[in-house]
Design a protein around this ligand. Structure first.
Ligand SMILES: C[S@@+](CC[C@H](N)C(=O)[O-])C[C@H]1O[C@@H](n2cnc3c(N)ncnc32)[C@H](O)[C@@H]1O
Length: 199
Protein backbone atom coordinates (compact mmCIF):
# COMPACT_ATOMS: atom_id res chain seq x y z
CA UNK A 1 0.00 0.00 0.00
CA UNK A 2 1.42 3.43 -0.97
CA UNK A 3 1.56 6.42 1.38
CA UNK A 4 -1.17 8.08 -0.71
CA UNK A 5 -3.39 5.05 -0.04
CA UNK A 6 -2.61 5.40 3.68
CA UNK A 7 -3.95 8.97 3.63
CA UNK A 8 -7.02 7.88 1.65
CA UNK A 9 -7.81 4.98 4.03
CA UNK A 10 -5.27 4.46 6.82
CA UNK A 11 -4.82 0.82 7.84
CA UNK A 12 -2.50 -1.20 10.06
CA UNK A 13 0.74 0.17 11.57
CA UNK A 14 1.49 2.42 8.57
CA UNK A 15 -2.01 3.86 8.86
CA UNK A 16 -1.38 4.66 12.52
CA UNK A 17 1.82 6.54 11.54
CA UNK A 18 -0.10 8.39 8.78
CA UNK A 19 -2.66 9.42 11.41
CA UNK A 20 0.07 10.78 13.71
CA UNK A 21 1.48 12.79 10.77
CA UNK A 22 -1.98 14.23 10.03
CA UNK A 23 -2.33 15.25 13.67
CA UNK A 24 0.89 17.30 13.40
CA UNK A 25 -0.57 19.28 10.47
CA UNK A 26 -0.84 22.99 10.03
CA UNK A 27 -3.10 24.32 12.80
CA UNK A 28 -3.34 27.54 10.80
CA UNK A 29 -5.26 25.62 8.10
CA UNK A 30 -7.86 24.40 10.60
CA UNK A 31 -8.25 27.87 12.12
CA UNK A 32 -8.95 29.31 8.66
CA UNK A 33 -11.44 26.55 7.72
CA UNK A 34 -13.28 27.01 11.04
CA UNK A 35 -13.50 30.76 10.43
CA UNK A 36 -15.42 29.94 7.20
CA UNK A 37 -17.51 27.25 8.88
CA UNK A 38 -18.70 29.85 11.42
CA UNK A 39 -20.05 27.37 14.00
CA UNK A 40 -22.70 28.55 16.45
CA UNK A 41 -23.08 27.17 20.01
CA UNK A 42 -26.42 25.57 19.03
CA UNK A 43 -25.13 23.87 15.83
CA UNK A 44 -25.13 20.14 15.11
CA UNK A 45 -22.14 19.49 12.87
CA UNK A 46 -20.75 16.51 10.94
CA UNK A 47 -17.11 15.99 9.89
CA UNK A 48 -16.50 13.46 7.11
CA UNK A 49 -13.01 11.92 7.06
CA UNK A 50 -11.93 13.11 10.52
CA UNK A 51 -8.62 11.13 10.49
CA UNK A 52 -6.86 11.53 13.87
CA UNK A 53 -9.76 13.65 15.19
CA UNK A 54 -7.90 16.92 15.93
CA UNK A 55 -10.55 18.97 14.11
CA UNK A 56 -13.36 17.10 15.91
CA UNK A 57 -11.84 18.41 19.16
CA UNK A 58 -11.75 21.92 17.67
CA UNK A 59 -15.42 21.72 16.52
CA UNK A 60 -16.62 20.33 19.86
CA UNK A 61 -15.39 23.49 21.61
CA UNK A 62 -17.65 25.61 19.35
CA UNK A 63 -20.80 23.59 18.59
CA UNK A 64 -23.55 21.82 20.57
CA UNK A 65 -22.92 18.36 19.04
CA UNK A 66 -20.25 16.98 16.70
CA UNK A 67 -20.60 13.75 14.73
CA UNK A 68 -17.85 12.20 12.65
CA UNK A 69 -17.76 9.50 9.98
CA UNK A 70 -14.53 7.90 8.67
CA UNK A 71 -14.09 4.64 6.75
CA UNK A 72 -10.80 3.75 8.51
CA UNK A 73 -11.13 1.68 11.71
CA UNK A 74 -7.59 2.80 12.68
CA UNK A 75 -8.69 6.46 12.53
CA UNK A 76 -11.90 5.77 14.46
CA UNK A 77 -9.76 4.30 17.27
CA UNK A 78 -7.21 7.13 17.21
CA UNK A 79 -9.85 9.90 17.09
CA UNK A 80 -11.95 8.19 19.79
CA UNK A 81 -8.94 8.21 22.12
CA UNK A 82 -8.26 11.88 21.41
CA UNK A 83 -11.92 12.83 22.05
CA UNK A 84 -12.70 10.35 24.84
CA UNK A 85 -13.99 12.89 27.33
CA UNK A 86 -16.34 14.63 24.85
CA UNK A 87 -17.62 11.21 23.72
CA UNK A 88 -18.34 10.24 27.35
CA UNK A 89 -20.20 13.53 27.81
CA UNK A 90 -22.36 12.76 24.72
CA UNK A 91 -21.05 15.82 22.89
CA UNK A 92 -19.12 13.87 20.23
CA UNK A 93 -20.10 10.69 18.35
CA UNK A 94 -17.62 9.00 15.97
CA UNK A 95 -18.70 6.24 13.58
CA UNK A 96 -17.02 3.90 11.14
CA UNK A 97 -18.76 4.51 7.82
CA UNK A 98 -18.61 5.84 4.30
CA UNK A 99 -19.25 9.33 2.99
CA UNK A 100 -21.31 7.67 0.26
CA UNK A 101 -23.79 6.28 2.81
CA UNK A 102 -23.94 8.45 5.91
CA UNK A 103 -25.39 6.75 9.01
CA UNK A 104 -27.68 9.68 9.90
CA UNK A 105 -31.28 10.63 9.07
CA UNK A 106 -32.20 13.43 6.69
CA UNK A 107 -32.27 17.12 7.75
CA UNK A 108 -30.03 16.36 10.75
CA UNK A 109 -27.07 18.80 10.62
CA UNK A 110 -26.60 22.58 10.43
CA UNK A 111 -23.07 22.21 8.98
CA UNK A 112 -21.07 19.44 7.30
CA UNK A 113 -17.35 19.78 6.63
CA UNK A 114 -14.43 17.75 5.28
CA UNK A 115 -10.74 18.70 5.37
CA UNK A 116 -8.44 16.96 2.89
CA UNK A 117 -10.94 14.13 2.43
CA UNK A 118 -13.23 15.11 -0.50
CA UNK A 119 -10.43 14.57 -3.07
CA UNK A 120 -10.63 10.83 -2.28
CA UNK A 121 -14.38 10.46 -2.91
CA UNK A 122 -14.97 8.20 -5.91
CA UNK A 123 -18.26 9.69 -7.13
CA UNK A 124 -18.27 13.21 -5.69
CA UNK A 125 -21.69 14.24 -7.09
CA UNK A 126 -23.37 11.18 -5.59
CA UNK A 127 -21.52 11.68 -2.28
CA UNK A 128 -22.47 15.36 -2.14
CA UNK A 129 -26.10 14.47 -2.86
CA UNK A 130 -25.85 12.22 0.22
CA UNK A 131 -24.37 15.16 2.18
CA UNK A 132 -27.35 17.28 1.07
CA UNK A 133 -29.71 14.62 2.46
CA UNK A 134 -28.34 14.87 6.02
CA UNK A 135 -28.06 18.69 5.95
CA UNK A 136 -31.00 20.80 7.10
CA UNK A 137 -32.46 23.06 4.38
CA UNK A 138 -30.30 26.20 4.35
CA UNK A 139 -27.38 24.33 5.99
CA UNK A 140 -23.83 24.74 4.68
CA UNK A 141 -21.21 22.27 3.50
CA UNK A 142 -17.55 23.34 3.61
CA UNK A 143 -14.94 21.28 1.73
CA UNK A 144 -11.26 22.16 2.20
CA UNK A 145 -8.42 20.71 0.16
CA UNK A 146 -4.69 21.40 0.42
CA UNK A 147 -3.11 19.21 -2.28
CA UNK A 148 -0.13 17.31 -0.81
CA UNK A 149 1.22 15.46 -3.86
CA UNK A 150 4.94 16.02 -4.59
CA UNK A 151 4.39 18.27 -7.62
CA UNK A 152 1.37 20.21 -6.28
CA UNK A 153 1.26 23.95 -7.04
CA UNK A 154 -1.18 26.82 -6.58
CA UNK A 155 -2.79 25.71 -9.85
CA UNK A 156 -3.41 22.23 -8.38
CA UNK A 157 -5.35 23.88 -5.53
CA UNK A 158 -7.30 26.04 -7.99
CA UNK A 159 -8.24 23.01 -10.12
CA UNK A 160 -9.34 21.08 -7.01
CA UNK A 161 -11.64 24.01 -6.17
CA UNK A 162 -13.10 24.13 -9.69
CA UNK A 163 -13.82 20.39 -9.62
CA UNK A 164 -15.54 20.49 -6.24
CA UNK A 165 -17.57 23.60 -7.19
CA UNK A 166 -18.92 21.81 -10.26
CA UNK A 167 -19.78 18.73 -8.19
CA UNK A 168 -21.58 20.83 -5.55
CA UNK A 169 -23.62 22.63 -8.22
CA UNK A 170 -24.49 19.28 -9.88
CA UNK A 171 -25.59 17.93 -6.48
CA UNK A 172 -28.09 20.82 -6.20
CA UNK A 173 -26.25 23.13 -3.77
CA UNK A 174 -26.80 26.89 -4.02
CA UNK A 175 -24.55 29.92 -3.41
CA UNK A 176 -21.51 27.80 -4.32
CA UNK A 177 -18.31 29.81 -3.92
CA UNK A 178 -14.60 29.28 -3.43
CA UNK A 179 -12.01 30.81 -1.09
CA UNK A 180 -8.23 30.37 -1.33
CA UNK A 181 -5.74 30.93 1.48
CA UNK A 182 -1.97 31.07 1.00
CA UNK A 183 -0.01 28.74 3.26
CA UNK A 184 3.02 26.52 2.80
CA UNK A 185 3.62 24.37 0.84
CA UNK A 186 0.62 25.26 -1.42
CA UNK A 187 -2.61 27.23 -0.84
CA UNK A 188 -5.66 25.58 0.70
CA UNK A 189 -8.87 25.90 -1.31
CA UNK A 190 -12.23 25.85 0.41
CA UNK A 191 -15.49 25.36 -1.48
CA UNK A 192 -18.77 26.24 0.24
CA UNK A 193 -22.34 25.44 -0.77
CA UNK A 194 -25.76 25.89 0.81
CA UNK A 195 -28.55 23.31 0.73
CA UNK A 196 -31.61 24.79 -0.94
CA UNK A 197 -34.40 25.99 1.36
CA UNK A 198 -34.58 27.92 4.61
CA UNK A 199 -33.37 26.87 8.08
C1 LIG B 1 -5.86 12.81 4.39
S1 LIG B 1 -6.87 12.24 5.69
C2 LIG B 1 -7.39 13.80 6.43
C3 LIG B 1 -7.82 13.65 7.84
C4 LIG B 1 -8.22 14.94 8.57
N1 LIG B 1 -9.42 15.51 8.01
C5 LIG B 1 -7.10 15.95 8.52
O1 LIG B 1 -7.23 16.99 7.85
O2 LIG B 1 -6.08 15.69 9.17
C6 LIG B 1 -8.36 11.71 4.85
C7 LIG B 1 -9.32 11.00 5.79
O3 LIG B 1 -10.56 10.84 5.10
C8 LIG B 1 -11.03 9.51 5.27
N2 LIG B 1 -11.85 9.19 4.08
C9 LIG B 1 -11.47 9.26 2.79
N3 LIG B 1 -12.47 8.90 1.97
C10 LIG B 1 -13.53 8.60 2.78
C11 LIG B 1 -14.86 8.14 2.53
N4 LIG B 1 -15.31 7.95 1.27
N5 LIG B 1 -15.68 7.94 3.57
C12 LIG B 1 -15.25 8.13 4.85
N6 LIG B 1 -13.98 8.54 5.15
C13 LIG B 1 -13.14 8.78 4.13
C14 LIG B 1 -9.74 8.67 5.42
O4 LIG B 1 -9.96 7.44 6.07
C15 LIG B 1 -8.85 9.62 6.21
O5 LIG B 1 -9.01 9.45 7.60
Amino acid sequence: MSWRDQFAKPSGAMGWIAGQLMAMKNGHRSTWVFSLLDLKPTDRVLEIGFGPGSDIAHASRAAAFVAGVDHSDVMVRMASGRNAQAINEGKVELKLGSAAQLPYPENHFDRVYAINAAQFWKDSVKTLTEVGRVLKPGGWVVLAVQPRSKNATEETSRQAGIGLSKSLASAGFEDVHTEMHQMPPVPTVCVLGRRAGKM
